[in-house]
Design a protein around this ligand. Structure first.
Ligand SMILES: *[C@@H]1O[C@H](CO)[C@@H](O)[C@H](O)[C@H]1NC(C)=O
Ligand SMILES: *[C@@H]1O[C@H](CO)[C@@H](O)[C@H](O)[C@H]1NC(C)=O
Ligand SMILES: *[C@@H]1O[C@H](CO)[C@@H](O)[C@H](O)[C@H]1NC(C)=O
Ligand SMILES: *[C@@H]1O[C@H](CO)[C@@H](O)[C@H](O)[C@H]1NC(C)=O
Ligand SMILES: *[C@@H]1O[C@H](CO)[C@@H](O)[C@H](O)[C@H]1NC(C)=O
Ligand SMILES: *[C@@H]1O[C@H](CO)[C@@H](O)[C@H](O)[C@H]1NC(C)=O
Ligand SMILES: *[C@@H]1O[C@H](CO)[C@@H](O)[C@H](O)[C@H]1NC(C)=O
Ligand SMILES: *[C@@H]1O[C@H](CO)[C@@H](O)[C@H](O)[C@H]1NC(C)=O
Length: 769
């Protein structure tokens, strides 16, 4: 029955028009969505190039920089008497209306009345009459609110002109044109053929109750693989609904990663909400139909889909409809928060600690705690944000993305911008000498996992049908992505307190933002097209959760160890095991030295190789209990002072072996440290120990060469286009004094040899998984 209702709704929406007071309203031709290209627009005159015809798009945003080309509207030359803007629809079109808007600017510039004319050849124009005279349409009375003017009946033509008659301030306007292409028998035959192959989904906009009904019907249709639940309530008391899709819904299965898509942080960005509702239907149907790709994904992943994080905001935007809500109506929560950037700022806490050299030895490089008082300070954190945070903390999420709108690109963190310590100091120096803003070589802090994040972003952008087609520029400016469809948020439009930064710094989950398109709230008739554009990308991105390594950390008896730390040499960002001891570490292909540590256990390091094949490499750890007494004794021998760490003089250049205590057989260990009650440990003895260790290593290495295991190498940084991130890597320090104890300061020849780094030159293609 649900399938039937999907079908019916689809057929209605596929007509692309709705009846309203007997006037047929056609959908937007695509000024806002950029489907109308710049060269389809022509104007009588232009005030300055930054206010050219290409800036006449509904909801286009001005850049804050007065010197660039991105003005907040088309503006005519004030010296001209006759003004018009013309759109070439390229095919015969039934025009049914126009939406106008003023200029995005602090000044109030808008057109308050205009005529409309039509032509089939752009030379002979017919001005629209209302039966008595030329029809003067009333336009705007402020700069932001879009105003719709409908024609009494559709007008068939190829060209349409708007001729402003009165305006406030400078003559500036933004607009959208409503029209339906006149059916052409040939193309109709083609589009019918296309429809046959499309997924049978509900391609409509859903208000809160419709969304609830749809999600219920999906969970009724696929009870075995779905669970309909809520993260909590919005400010106005609406549920923040979620759909879990997995082979055993309702429980975390050891070894199965958890994935999330969230949408609707800003209520007016409605496309993400609808795409997630379509994705739920798609997964349910395809699973039942036995689609092997979907079966595999659902069986191996616990997927959570949250279509509407800010249901209150959506309600506002939905009431106005897809075209008339302006740029920001419903963006914020009911009590005025922007949920996406309402998270505690952990970046500055970590960066300050890094600058003081405290990371990761004294302050960990991951799971940065939320400072006290941040969450309790009244009203500064939205209830929706709090609900999200507790949800994020209660599931072992590995990967996620939030779907947003108003741009067409993927951003990867950090989202917050701060200069590197070196740049900060340089800036201060220049400033104190009176050179003003330190422009030269400003370097910002980059995320440790940058090359992985770039890969994740590319996996979406490159499988989206249009995201990398940027020759026409971005939505509001030139293309900020260099044709890649991806950009680092901190370099592009930095914000503090973002969901993405918080997720990376406070949880195990890597989170990115996907901006789905210029039109935040596309017309219903666009939804089927948007689904086609995004379906492959949505599926491909989800599959990335199975990239890298995964495993379980256990003790010798096989009991899982939760909250153990898993570190990858060369990447100063650890992750932790979940309640059942399982962990996932997303990594690009390469060879990695991975160390597991847990309180009360000896750390253990092993080599894990990530290949190009789909599926994460298993890399589990069985940890031995550590001997605390012995550690304390040896600490005492050293006068309880902190024991020197390896390679302090060599920060950032290459990576070193650090030997864990596990590599020293216990029996020998015991002999070497007799119950000496703090007795002297001679230098000679230390030397002897070191030599033994070197011998043992040499042996291990020889052995390793004889087996199929590749020789130990240091961490390999795979990059796409960025240089290897070696500068930002710090040698990792074992948290266990005993392991470091044996390192002393000297570098053995073996170590030098072992640290030779090996750089791979992998080519990425999207077929690699
Ligand atoms: C354009 O051509 C179509 C079909 O030839 C005609 O129906 C329509 O009236 C013409 N429009 C104008 C503005 O001349
Ligand atoms: C019209 O423009 C002027 C000058 O730009 C501005 O001061 C005024 O507020 C505007 N009028 C309205 C009704 O917005
Ligand atoms: C759910 O699983 C049960 C048992 O495996 C099976 O009999 C039933 O057909 C499944 N239901 C659906 C709707 O797939
Ligand atoms: C809570 O809000 C009130 C009023 O806005 C303010 O006076 C008070 O200092 C706030 N308390 C805290 C702990 O921030
Ligand atoms: C997890 O381990 C860290 C130290 O590695 C500790 O600070 C934290 O309290 C532990 N958390 C739990 C829930 O055990
Ligand atoms: C654990 O200890 C045993 C000896 O009791 C040793 O053989 C083994 O290599 C150790 N394993 C690890 C992972 O440290
Ligand atoms: C390595 O293999 C060679 C021949 O396969 C053998 O002669 C040699 O003894 C092996 N070395 C070790 C350390 O096992
Ligand atoms: C990468 O791709 C280029 C061009 O396709 C090719 O010439 C080169 O050999 C490739 N490199 C590797 C390591 O596969």
């Amino acid at each position: 029955s649900t399938a039937g209702s999907f079908q019916r709704k689809f057929q209605m929406s596929s007509l692309g028009r709705t009846n309203c007071f007997a006037v047929i309203i056609c959908p937007p031709l695509g000024m806002e969505s950029h489907r109308i290209e710049n060269d389809q627009l022509l104007t009588s005159s232009v005030y300055q190039h930054r206010y050219g015809s290409h800036r006449a798009r509904l909801n286009i945003q001005a850049s804050g920089d007065e010197d660039d080309m991105n003005g907040g509207a088309w503006c005519a030359n004030p010296e001209e008497k006759i003004n018009w803007i013309e759109l070439d629809a390229r095919t015969l079109t039934e025009f049914t209306g126009i939406i106008t808007q003023g200029r995005d600017d602090p000044i109030d510039d808008y057109v308050s009345s205009y005529y409309v004319a039509f032509s089939n050849d752009s030379r002979e124009w017919t001005v629209l009459h209302d039966g008595y005279a030329e029809w003067l349409f009333f336009g705007n009375s402020d700069k932001n609110t879009p105003v719709l003017s409908q024609f009494m009946e559709p007008v068939v033509a190829r060209y349409i002109r708007i001729l402003p008659q009165t305006w406030n301030g400078t003559m500036c306007m933004r607009m959208e044109v409503l029209g339906c292409p006149v059916p052409d028998h040939l193309s109709q035959y083609q589009s019918q053929n296309e429809v046959m192959h499309r997924d049978d989904l509900d391609y409509t906009h859903h208000n809160y109750l419709d969304m609830e009904k749809l999600m219920k019907s999906i969970s009724d249709e696929c009870p075995n693989i779905s669970r309909f639940y809520s993260l909590g309530k919005s400010f106005k008391g609406l549920e923040i609904y979620a759909m879990e899709i997995s082979d055993n819904p309702g429980m975390h299965e050891t070894g199965e990663p958890e994935f999330r898509y969230t949408a609707g942080y800003h209520g007016n960005e409605a496309l993400g909400r609808e795409l997630l509702l379509m994705l739920m239907q798609y997964l349910c149907k395809e699973y039942k139909d036995g689609n092997p790709r979907v079966r595999h994904l659902v069986d191996e992943t616990r997927i959570h889909l949250v279509p509407s994080v800010n249901p209150d905001g959506h309600m506002k935007a939905f009431e106005k409809g897809s075209e008339l809500g302006s740029w920001t109506l419903g963006h914020w929560t009911e009590d005025g928060h922007d949920i996406f950037q309402n998270f505690p700022d952990l970046n500055n806490i970590l960066w300050d600690a890094e600058d003081k050299g405290m990371v990761p030895k004294l302050i960990s490089n991951h799971h940065v705690p939320i400072p006290e008082g941040v969450l309790s300070s009244n009203g500064s954190v939205a209830v929706e944000t709090l609900a999200l945070m507790s949800w994020m903390e209660s599931h072992p999420f590995v990967l996620g993305a939030n779907l947003q709108g108003g741009e067409r690109l993927v951003t990867y963190p950090f989202d917050m911008r701060r200069l590197t310590k070196e740049s900060e100091e340089l800036e201060k120096k220049l400033h104190s000498r009176g050179y003003g803003e330190g422009e030269p070589e400003e370097e910002i802090r980059m995320i440790e996992d940058q090359s992985l994040f770039r890969w994740l972003a590319i996996s979406y952008a490159s499988t989206h049908h249009t995201m990398t087609q940027t020759h026409q520029g971005g939505c509001h400016t030139d293309d900020p992505t260099g044709g890649m469809g991806i950009v680092n948020r901190a370099k592009w439009k930095p914000i503090p307190g973002s969901m993405n930064d918080f997720s990376y710094l406070h949880t195990n989950c890597f989170e990115l933002s996907i901006f789905l398109g210029c039109d935040k709230f596309p017309h219903q008739s666009e939804l089927i097209r948007e689904w086609e554009h995004n379906r492959e990308a949505l599926l491909t991105f989800m599959a990335q959760v199975h990239r890298g390594i995964k495993g379980v950390v256990r003790d010798k008896e096989g009991n899982p160890i939760s909250n153990a730390t898993v570190s990858v040499e060369g990447i100063n960002h650890d992750i932790r095991t979940g309640e059942s001891g399982d962990y996932w570490r997303l990594l690009n292909p390469g060879e990695y030295r991975v160390t597991a540590r847990a309180e009360g256990y000896s750390p253990f390091t092993r080599l894990c190789v990530v290949g190009f094949d789909p599926g994460a490499t298993y890399c589990s750890f069985d940890l031995n209990k550590s001997n605390w007494d012995r550690i304390k004794q040896i600490m005492a021998l050293h006068g309880n002072r902190p024991i020197r760490l390896l390679s302090s003089g060599n920060r950032g250049s290459g990576h070193r072996y650090t030997y864990s205590r596990n590599q020293i057989p216990n029996s020998k260990f015991n002999n070497q440290f007799p119950n000496s009650n703090g007795g002297d440990m001679s230098k000679a003895r230390l030397r002897q120990l070191r030599i033994m260790r070197i011998r043992r290593l040499r042996q291990q290495r020889l052995l390793a060469r004889n087996t199929t295991t590749p020789p130990p190498t240091t961490t390999t940084t795979i990059t796409t286009t960025v240089p290897p991130t070696t500068e930002s890597t710090t040698p990792w320090y074992g948290s266990w004094p005993l392991g470091e104890f044996f390192e002393e300061n000297t570098t053995s020849p073996e170590e030098t040899e072992l640290t030779d780094s090996l750089d791979y030159n992998y080519n990425y293609t999207t077929d690699d998984y």
